[in-house]
Write a protein that binds this ligand. Sequence first.
Ligand SMILES: *Cc1c(COP(=O)(O)O)cnc(C)c1O
Length: 397
Amino acid sequence: MNDLKARFEAAFMPNYGVPPVALARGAGSRVWDVDGREYLDLIAGIAVSSLGHAHPALVEAVSTQVATLAHTSNLFLHEPEVLLAERLLGLLDGDGRVFLSNSGTEANECALKLAVKYAKANGRTYFVASENGFHGRTMGALALTGKAAIREPFGPFGIDVRFVPYGDVDALKAAVDEHCAAVFMEPTQGEAGVVPPPAGYFAAVREICDATGALFVADEIQSAIGRTGTWFAFQHENARPDVLTLAKGLGGGLPIGACVAFGPHGDLFAKGDHGSTFGGNPVSAAAALAVLTTVERDGLLANAAAVGETLASGMAAVDHPLLAGERGRGLWRAAVLTGPHAPAVEAAARDAGFLINALQPDALRIAPPLILTADEARSFTGALPAILDAAAPGKES
Ligand SMILES: *Cc1c(COP(=O)(O)O)cnc(C)c1O
């Protein structure tokens, strides 16, 4: 492992730092590092590996497709992409149109370009997004990202984006008028620390956009495809957006993103307005279809809801000076700490055989595969007191 780390550091740009573990393989909710150590994977490659690792349905779909036809480009169409778009629209139960990308940030770029077209056609001039929100790292998605520390070093940007405090309905009302082209919002802020808004917020965003004609763009890149116990998080408030972006869990580990626009907004692009060489390629589309089929067939929405409750109640039962509480929904949770102990707790969890993610100085993200069992969840919450003890200041290894 140390040799790989040194070679990684020598070969790669320093933007990531050197990750602490080199993974070699996985099966179900477990992964093994290059030295053969086993871990329970409670982060799933940042809420991506929705079926866990080496799931037979994903292996079968991807291997069959790659052995049949791996790539067409957008010069030729193929059945898996059509099936996938139809499947997504079926789940969304509406009249919409889909664009397939390779990643989340590209799905948001598509949404932003749609919103720019909408702005130009309707004399609208600015965009609204939330403080601490995260929409990606490309220049367009970054312009919408509310975390100044990652946005400002790369500004200025070519669009006028106004940031509002997340969850504050009055602030949003004050910021959005008939000159606003679009409001970009996560249903729960993921990268900010799995921070849910007050109940009713997403419905209020819908109302404010209806009242002003601004497009409501829901960034469900992290929250959708079962993560919160429903296909899409907006379903908890029945507040369907005008434009929806998806990625992470959709491909179960294969790179794919989607931008879905409803009603007339699905027709905003004219021929030639947007494109991607790899977006919606047959292998990734086949993977996404396998994810959707398996989530449905195996009842993984219900599993995410139920095991999420097991995880939450298990964490709530831990009484420890380092642990302030937990928040989140389904299999998308944060353990909230009483101080900036997250890196130490992440390391102690790893030593105990659990992969979790120090998302904020005082918050750990838990976003396991949707196949996690209640027993696996309890193995973590049972180990949590000892993990927190090991991470207590002065005790870090
Ligand atoms: C991860 C994420 C993105 C960016 O997706 P990439 O696939 O990393 O480009 C955008 N928005 C949200 C809410 C995310 O969680």
